[in-house]
Design a protein around this ligand. Structure first.
Ligand SMILES: Nc1ncnc2c1ncn2[C@@H]1O[C@H](COP(=O)(O)OP(=O)(O)O)[C@@H](O)[C@H]1O
Ligand SMILES: [Mg+2]
Length: 331
């Protein structure tokens, strides 16, 4: 089923009370508090097509969870709108939740006092999942998330990783075409993180599920996302592929070149910046959009015989950190 997500000038304001420091301040703000408005999500627009995996990233407090909450019908937008398959999740929550699976990494949606399997049975009734779908989904989920191992354990006794596996399974029991995952890998160890990533990949491939994922783990983004939307201070600052982002913000590539022997004079090569030279080893930098690596290597080799070469790509972490920092200067 094709279900796209559209946000148009979506905005959420919170009225917050300014507190003055100290006990005296606390009393004062009880009596006449100074209020101000926080634009948690400020006039954002995007359109997400069926089957995309979108990484929704930004620093703490950027407005990611607030957006997810508006998209899942938990919060009402202050202005603007978001629709899922043409419906407003807040106004038509009942209809929309059938198309939606939502997981908040920080908070379980499972029933604390029930066994995991009993939670699933409840969801089966709430969503009126037919027998075929239910059993098929449980089998698939068991393959990916090894659910059988924990199905009889009360939710309160599950470890964080087990609970996350349970939460993910619960979110897609009713085969929703759209899922929102708000920090699904937070606090998980490497094994479970891998399992969650595999789950996201498999579900997207098998069911063509549309997935919006917020995460601080850029490994998740690199492994999974076709597109990233970066939000800062409630505003979208970039919306593109990771590749485009990297090309725009880290256009330079570094090579470490070992020559057969130390050059006698200072080294000069066209289109290349020599960053450092130590004996027969050179560190060079060039713009990968303007010049191909092959050409660079050829022009070095024409002058200086090369023994070994390694390429150093910019790290995604560095680029993203740079982008976040830029947002701070502007604001
Ligand atoms: N219920 C609320 N009342 C007041 N302020 C809130 C509320 N929820 C979130 N905020 C504020 O809105 C901003 C965005 O929060 P959030 O969407 O949770 O950010 P993120 O998920 O990107 O870390 C933050 O400054 C946060 O403190
Ligand atoms: Mg959040």
């Amino acid at each position: 089923m094709a279900v796209s997500i559209e946000a148009k000038n979506l905005t959420k304001d919170f009225v917050i009370t300014k507190k003055e420091p100290g006990l005296k301040g606390a009393f004062k703000s009880l009596i006449h508090s100074e209020k101000s408005i926080l634009h948690a999500v400020n006039n954002i627009s995007f359109s997400i097509e069926t089957g995309q995996i979108v990484g929704y990233i930004g620093p703490n407090g950027a407005g990611k969870s607030t957006t997810i909450k508006m998209m899942s019908g938990i919060l009402q937008p202050t202005s603007g709108e978001v629709t899922i398959g043409g419906l407003s999740p807040f106004k038509e929550r009942k209809k929309v939740v059938r198309n939606l699976g939502v997981v908040f990494g920080q908070r379980t949606q499972l029933y604390w006092d029930l066994r995991l399997g009993e939670s699933f049975e409840l969801l089966r009734r709430i969503y009126e999942i037919d027998d075929d779908t239910y059993h098929k989904n449980l089998t698939v989920l068991n393959d990916i998330l090894n659910i059988q191992e924990i199905i009889n354990t009360p939710v309160r006794q599950l470890s964080l990783g087990q609970r996350m596996r349970g939460d993910l399974a619960a979110a897609i029991l009713h085969s929703p075409p759209v899922i929102f995952l708000d920090e699904p890998t937070i606090g998980l160890d490497v094994d479970v993180k891998y399992c969650v990533r595999q789950f996201i990949k498999d579900i997207n491939e098998q069911y063509h599920t549309t997935i919006i994922l917020t995460t601080h783990d850029l490994g998740d983004i690199e492994k999974l996302c076709d597109r990233i939307i970066i939000i800062n201070h409630g505003e979208i600052i970039h919306d593109c592929s990771l590749e485009t982002l990297m090309n725009n913000f880290a256009p330079d590539r570094q090579l470490v070149v070992d020559l057969y022997k130390e050059p006698e004079n200072s080294v000069a090569i066209n289109n290349v910046k020599i960053i450092k030279q130590e004996g027969a080893r050179l560190w060079i930098e060039y713009n990968k959009k303007e010049t191909g690596t092959g050409d660079i290597i050829e022009s070095i080799a024409a002058k200086y015989p090369i023994r070994d070469i390694s390429i150093e790509e910019s790290k995604i972490e560095d680029v993203i950190r740079k982008i976040y920092a830029k947002g701070e200067i502007q604001n």
